[in-house]
Design a protein around this ligand. Structure first.
Ligand code: EPZ
Length: 421
């Protein structure tokens, strides 16, 4: 397995570019492969393992996919296959996105029940509830979700769970509703930019979705959807990760392509913590002219502080004087990275979904292990800020969501190399 070897203490300086959004590309690729009756061309697609894994699922379902120079070409299949198998779904949780489109298009879907992961249980009850409200019959058999419907019928529904709105459930039900008979209203819909990007893509395919970007979506069903050409939004979480990279190394970094309009809560917390952000049309300059200040963070659904930036901010707060707190409101045990940061000399105490971070002057490099995508990212950030050498193992987690991370960071002065065992 690959590892990243990082020698810390280098101030990052220069321009680092943001790739397209992983979490927008995934549902958009599903829509293009299953809901459309002609081919699509999707630009600004990041070259990531997650994209490859999803394309493998779409190929099993009969589609043809090709990713070339950040453009994904998708040819829908002949609509005969409707099963997403366990050995592929277990690698790619987001395969659950094929459930709604398959039922809408073929009247049947068989998708392996997605497992949990390091950030906790990942239920899909809201996905199933929404599809049932559209008239699908759903059963669980031998680890598979089997959903059937002769014809989906538009419905009014409220789609929030105990932790608020659901990105995945909103995407799944919205996609299914585009081909349902009549009108669907989803209240409590997720407002994340990735959901809005999917809605914009669906409308470009001929869907009729109103309320895009709000918590109430109105979908008027249509008879068919055609392929289209589209450009995916930038990845706000990758951008936020690079903003923190500039801060923790006390460098001066321009994050090119960072989407200001999607980074409100992240920017506000970084500024409160003492980071200087100067936004331009094509990105943001990150500087740290003053000492960091302790802050209190509570993750929330969009436009609140994103859970996918929680680990990265914990890395910054680990070297921020004073006592900071983090409350994880979305995934109640998304703190696996805290113990790895403590191996590097951080002082973080976790109680349930709360973490108390007592900032240290400096972290020290150590061998650490990535447990999930963003936990892996913060270990890279901490390694760049720490004194000495850090070796990050299990970096396949990082490769799922960060394109060429070591090349991008080395390009602005990080001492980081990838080694393969
Ligand atoms: C998406 O996951 C993202 N993944 C996650 O990013 C992100 O952390 C999450 O949204 C929250 O923003 C993709 O887009 C591929 P949810 P998703 O449904 O859709 C509960 C990353 O780092 N819930 O919005 O699975 C759930 O347990 C990944 O790129 C139910 O209770 O998240 C959680 O507590 C990690 N029932 C909360 O809702 C359901 O049916 C939000 O989950 C579904 C979810």
């Amino acid at each position: 397995m690959d590892r990243l070897i990082i020698n810390g203490g280098k101030q990052l300086k220069g321009t680092i570019s943001v790739s397209g959004s992983k979490n927008a590309t995934l549902p958009i690729a599903v829509a293009a492969a299953i809901l459309a009756d002609s081919s699509s061309v999707i630009h600004n697609v990041p070259n990531l393992n997650d994209i490859d894994s999803l394309c493998a699922v779409l190929e099993v379902l009969g589609a043809t996919t090709k990713l070339e120079n950040s453009t994904l070409y998708i040819e829908p299949g002949d609509r005969s296959a409707y099963e997403a198998p366990y050995d592929l779904v277990r690698k790619m949780r987001a395969s659950i996105y094929v459930l709604g489109p398959l039922v809408a298009r073929l009247g049947i879907a068989k998708v392996s029940f997605p497992g949990g992961c390091a950030i906790g249980p990942r239920p899909v009850d809201l996905h199933l509830k929404g599809l049932q409200q559209l008239g699908a019959e759903v059963e669980i058999d031998s680890g598979y979700i089997i959903a059937r419907a002769n014809r989906l019928v538009g419905a009014e529904m409220y789609l929030r769970g105990p932790h608020g709105s659901s990105v995945g459930a909103t995407a799944n039900v919205m996609m299914a509703a585009t081909l349902a008979d009549g009108t669907t209203t989803i209240r409590g819909a997720a407002c994340e930019p990735e959901v809005a990007d999917l809605a914009n893509f669906l409308n470009a395919m001929g869907a009729d979705i109103g309320g895009v970007g709000t918590s109430t979506l109105t979908i008027h069903g249509v008879k068919q959807l055609h392929g289209t050409e589209y450009t995916v939004i930038p990845d706000r979480i990758e951008a936020g990760t690079f903003m923190v990279a500039g801060a923790v190394t006390k460098g001066e970094v321009f994050v090119k392509g960072a989407p200001a309009e999607h980074l409100g809560a992240t920017s506000e917390k970084l500024i409160e913590a003492g980071v200087q952000l100067d936004w331009a049309d094509d990105g943001v300059r990150v500087r740290t002219p003053r000492d960091f200040q302790a802050v209190h963070i509570a993750t929330d659904t969009y436009p609140g502080f994103p859970t996918d930036m929680q680990a990265q901010m914990m890395g910054l707060l680990s070297i921020t004087p004073g006592i900071s707190t983090i409350t994880e409101g979305i995934y109640l045990d998304r703190f696996m990275h805290a113990s790895e940061l403590n191996r590097m000399g951080a002082d973080i105490r976790v109680e349930g979904n709360h973490a108390v971070v007592r900032g240290k002057l400096r972290l020290s490099g150590a061998p650490v292990m990535a447990s999930d995508l963003r936990a892996g990212a913060v270990l890279v950030l901490a390694g760049m800020a720490a004194a000495g050498e850090t070796v990050v193992s299990r970096i396949y987690h990082i490769d799922r969501g960060y394109e060429n991370i070591e090349q991008k960071l080395a390009g602005i002065g990080a001492d980081i190399i990838r080694v393969s065992d």
